[in-house]
Design a protein around this ligand. Structure first.
Ligand SMILES: [Zn+2]
Ligand SMILES: [Zn+2]
Length: 204
């Protein structure tokens, strides 16, 4: 092997070295300081991978974006932790929904029928009666269901009772529209809007 050949070979070795893949450094290696654990990377909301955030849930320590964070008296919490805490609060049983429906539907129909006749009997005054009546009957309905489920709390109990009131109102709303009875429409509207508000306030 002469001098020229050897130079060519070492050039080839050098070229090969240069062409070889550069050593790969994983991004994790840059931030794997002792205190940076797996949960600290990436710094994005655990529910929205595209949203960067510096905010953490103060219970589970996961990163949450400002949209997901719920402010509590003890600091920011993630929706999962909020839900876990709420689950401890809700003591209701599955069949409480059935009990609520069985109590709420007949009551709702009786209430709407009662409203319907009052609204026809008293004309303009019926609007005021509707306001007073709504407070009374929707409170009564919520209390009756609350009593029937032995005061157990369920997440969607209010939806069942409000749903009963809405479903019971539908045929009468349709009739009011067909007959273009403006007082009935307003009265039933008051019952629905006000009643649902009261029901949710009582059956959280
Ligand atoms: Zn959390
Ligand atoms: Zn988020």
């Amino acid at each position: 092997m002469d001098m020229l050949e050897r130079t060519a070979q070492s050039n080839g070795d050098l070229q090969q070295t240069l062409l070889a893949e550069p050593p790969t450094i994983e991004p994790e290696q840059f931030i794997s300081a002792p205190e940076a654990d797996q949960s600290a990377y990436p710094l994005t909301c655990y529910r929205h991978a595209a949203v960067q955030t510096g905010l953490r849930c103060n219970r589970c320590n996961r990163h949450i974006c400002i949209k997901c964070a719920r402010r509590t008296p003890v600091g920011y919490r993630c929706p999962d932790c909020i839900r876990q805490q709420e689950n401890k609060f809700y003591t209701g049983l599955v069949w409480d929904y059935l009990i609520a429906a069985l109590v709420a539907f007949p009551l709702a129909f009786a209430i709407v029928v009662g409203f319907w006749y009052v609204l026809f009997e008293f004309g303009f005054i019926s609007i005021f009666l509707a306001v007073v009546g709504t407070c009374w009957v929707s409170g009564f309905m919520a209390d009756a269901v609350h009593w029937a489920v032995r005061r157990r709390r369920s997440r969607y109990l209010g939806y069942v009772v409000a749903g009963a009131l809405m479903i019971a109102s539908v045929p009468f709303l349709v009739l009011s529209l067909l007959w273009l009875d403006i007082f009935s429409l307003i009265g039933l509207g008051i019952l629905l809007v006000g009643g649902i508000k009261i029901i949710f306030a009582r059956l959280y």
